[in-house]
Design a binder for this molecule. Structure first.
Ligand SMILES: Cc1cc2nc3c(=O)[nH]c(=O)nc-3n(C[C@H](O)[C@H](O)[C@H](O)COP(=O)(O)O)c2cc1C
Length: 147
């Protein structure tokens, strides 16, 4: 099983989130690679069985610039079989809370086997830990169903 979490983070909140999610997969003995988006070759996303996107939101509900090439790669490649999920941190002070998560979700719903999404208010708190566990369980459940 080839599972990757591809992410970006400016001030560290999303990085903390993706590391926590990675650790939850490892607890279940599921191998997962954590990859900063700049390090991921984009030409063959279909080589993955499953990809989780981790992103913050910028501007007015926007996808961060460094994530745009990945977004377009999903749109243009044959990734119908890839199980996907989207996680992100944002600030509900802004009108479009976690807008980048919504944008990836809408696109991945059309192009891939979208399993589940998760939005976190700014940075991980104790109250979020159960939601993170649920994210991993739902994601893994969807993967096993199609395997
Ligand atoms: C200029 C700017 C614009 C932002 N715009 C949004 C937004 O539209 N929606 C949102 O939910 N969060 C917005 N945020 C909040 C960030 O997404 C949030 O702080 C996030 O946790 C940062 O993640 P990081 O620490 O991984 O870089 C914005 C932050 C800044 C500085």
């Amino acid at each position: 099983m080839k599972l990757a979490i591809v992410y970006t983070s400016k001030t560290g909140h999303t990085e903390e989130l993706v590391q926590f999610i990675r650790d939850l997969f490892l607890e279940k003995k599921i191998e997962v690679r954590l990859i900063r988006v700049e390090q991921l070759p984009l030409q063959d996303l279909s080589a993955f069985d499953a990809i989780i996107i981790g992103t913050y939101t910028w501007g007015d509900g926007d996808i961060p610039e460094e994530m745009l090439a990945l977004y377009h790669a999903f749109e243009s490649q044959d990734v119908n079989h890839v199980v996907t999920g989207v996680i992100g941190t944002g600030d509900s002070f802004y009108p479009k809370f976690c807008g980048a998560v919504d944008a990836f979700r809408d696109m991945l719903y059309v192009h891939s086997r979208l399993a589940v999404t998760l939005k976190i208010e700014i940075s991980l708190q104790t109250k979020d830990l159960e939601r993170c566990r649920r994210f991993v369980d739902i994601f893994w459940g969807k993967f096993k169903k199609g395997a």
